[in-house]
Design a protein around this ligand. Structure first.
Ligand SMILES: CC(C)(COP(=O)(O)OP(=O)(O)OC[C@H]1O[C@@H](n2cnc3c(N)ncnc32)[C@H](O)[C@@H]1OP(=O)(O)O)[C@@H](O)C(=O)NCCC(=O)NCCS
Length: 183
């Protein structure tokens, strides 16, 4: 757990520290709603991995009430939520390292309870997100799809199909934009 917490903390500091002293970036990180949502998720996940499921659910509920972030699923190291309110991630989602998401992002199944109903057959209907992905404010990433490495998803995009590595997806339904600047 500590490895994950360290990686999440320092990645967020790196992300926000452009143009400001490092000490200020650290203070702003400790002050951020999204940072505490990630910390509570890591703690909850630790309890789940140690067969203390009731605590897992209690902490996730506390996280949801305090931060407005409803996190399930799996997240690699360097996970960062900016602002945070209104973020929902399905428990069947699998996300790689260095994922950054902004307020109002949804990552989940195409239909209500789709993943839950098929869970016994171990079929995940939620997105698989590889490494170094940024999902901007209000975007929805939906269904049994794969988002490649180094992908950017624009604000308010509705992503219903696979997004190849290195690309940017914008719009509703999302399309790959070829002429956007590199991050
Ligand atoms: C996706 C994004 C990162 C691309 O930025 P960029 O590289 O500067 O891209 P550009 O502004 O040059 O736009 C390139 C093309 O994509 C389109 N586009 C960019 N973002 C879009 C979006 N969110 N939805 C629909 N189309 C979008 C532009 O209209 C433009 O289309 P055109 O080529 O037909 O004219 C950016 O537009 C975006 O959505 N940022 C989100 C910011 C955000 O959520 N901030 C929250 C801060 S709290």
């Amino acid at each position: 757990m500590w490895d994950y917490i360290r990686a999440d903390f320092w990645r967020r500091v790196e992300l926000i520290s452009a143009g400001m002293p490092r000490k200020r970036a650290i203070i702003l990180t400790l002050y951020a709603n999204g940072f505490w949502a990630v910390m509570l998720f890591r703690l909850a996940d630790w309890f789940k991995n140690h067969r203390l499921s009731p605590l897992y659910y209690v902490i996730l509920k506390v996280c949801e009430i305090l931060t407005g972030v409803d996190l399930r699923g799996k997240f690699g190291k360097g996970f960062c939520i900016m602002h945070g309110r209104g973020v929902v991630v399905s428990r069947h989602s699998v996300c790689g390292s260095n994922l950054t998401i902004f307020q109002g992002v949804t990552i989940g199944s195409k239909r209500l309870f789709h993943g839950v109903q098929t869970q016994k057959k171990s079929i995940s209907k939620a997105p698989r997100i590889l490494n170094n992905v940024t999902i901007y404010a209000g975007a929805a990433v939906i269904g049994d799809i794969e988002i490649g490495n180094n992908v950017t998803i624009g604000a308010n995009a509705v992503v219903l199909k696979d997004v190849p590595s290195g690309s940017t997806a914008v719009g509703n339904p999302a399309k790959i934009k070829k002429n956007v600047k590199k991050r």
